[in-house]
Design a protein around this ligand. Structure first.
Ligand SMILES: Nc1ncnc2c1ncn2[C@@H]1O[C@H](COP(=O)(O)OP(=O)(O)OP(=O)(O)O)[C@@H](O)[C@H]1O
Ligand SMILES: Nc1ccn([C@H]2C[C@H](O)[C@@H](COP(=O)(O)O)O2)c(=O)n1
Length: 281
């Protein structure tokens, strides 16, 4: 079983053994502000990217890795199933929501107004620069408790609605994926915007009441009503924003997990992956 950790990827308990899970492994820490720039090539590409060039100027195709995308509303089971798929198919895993949460937390900690878009974009650039020049943005700098606080849950909806910010995060995710041969990436716009040509796309969903129930059980939250309210509010914000709203990709396999066990969902997803040529090495 995956143990809860502050890396933000192992907070769910999976029915599938997640043997390779290790909060110390950068591939699993989900903090691509740190890991994206670790390999020297990525560091160079990223530096040039932010200087105005694009990855394709460097002969790097964002579509070269096999990417499995998993999108869906809050608490739909994305992280848990991604970890299971990563384990089954030995893929690298990235939780893109963590980056938006990190940005939201930094916005709150620095007292920046969530409607001050230029300041938030500048903050994002500063964090990217910081991650290239120092090791400050380690997984340990951000605890799951901080990243998943109610305040961050609210601020992240505003922060993730900023188109300029999304453009940066999108490119960082692509750069990260370009450094791997096989990966599974979860978020809200991964199959629609970040990797529109991905060979395998999932859209997980479930009734809000069921998702709230599962989140209460997962986090030991005291108020079901508050959790449900947050789930519904965040869904609405994610689905109605102008920039990359949450919608299923046309070619996504949609799975309503309301009445499915975790094992059933993972089994279904794994069988789709196999049928699309994602093999176990
Ligand atoms: N089909 C299912 N049956 C029972 N429990 C489930 C199922 N799917 C997910 N869960 C549980 O629901 C909780 C939330 O799942 P998870 O954290 O993976 O959701 P998420 O989509 O990544 O959420 P978020 O977008 O908010 O990060 C976890 O405790 C997970 O084990
Ligand atoms: N690709 C993504 C990933 C996440 N977000 C936003 C919307 C969510 O409410 C928030 C937190 O994500 P979570 O940790 O719940 O997966 O981040 C997004 O807009 N796009």
């Amino acid at each position: 079983m995956a143990e809860p950790s502050d890396s933000g990827v192992a907070r769910s308990r999976s029915v599938v053994q997640v043997n390779r899970l290790n909060a110390g492994e950068p591939q699993y820490c989900g903090n691509f502000f740190l890991v994206t720039f670790a390999p020297e090539q990525n560091r160079r590409i990223a530096r040039n990217y932010f200087a105005g060039e694009t990855m394709s100027d460097h002969g790097v195709s964002p579509m070269s890795p096999v990417v499995v995308t998993v999108d869906g509303p809050a608490a739909a089971g994305k992280t848990t199933t991604c970890l299971a798929l990563a384990d089954i198919f030995q893929m690298e895993y990235l939780e893109s929501g963590r980056s938006y949460r990190i940005l939201a937390l930094e916005v709150l900690q620095r007292g920046i107004a969530t409607d001050d878009h230029p300041a938030i974009v500048a903050l994002c650039d500063d964090l990217i620069e910081e991650s290239r020049t120092s090791g400050l943005l380690t997984a340990g700098r951000y605890t799951s408790q901080d990243l998943r606080s109610s305040a961050v849950n609210v601020a992240v909806s505003a922060v993730s609605g900023i188109a300029e910010l999304r453009r940066r995060v999108t490119e960082l995710v692509r750069i990260w994926a370009g450094g791997h041969t096989r990966c599974v990436v979860e978020g809200r716009d991964i199959g629609t915007v970040v990797f529109p040509s991905a060979p395998v796309k999932f859209y997980l969903t479930a009734a809000p009441e069921v998702r709230a129930d599962r989140r209460v059980a997962q986090e030991g939250a005291s108020s079901y009503e508050e959790v449900l309210e947050d789930v519904i509010r965040r869904d609405r914000a994610d689905m109605s924003r102008a920039a990359s709203p949450l919608v299923p990709a046309d070619d996504a396999v949609t799975i309503d997990t309301t009445e499915l066990s975790l094992a059933q969902v993972v089994e279904h997803m794994a069988s789709v992956c196999r049928s699309r040529g994602v093999a176990i090495p």
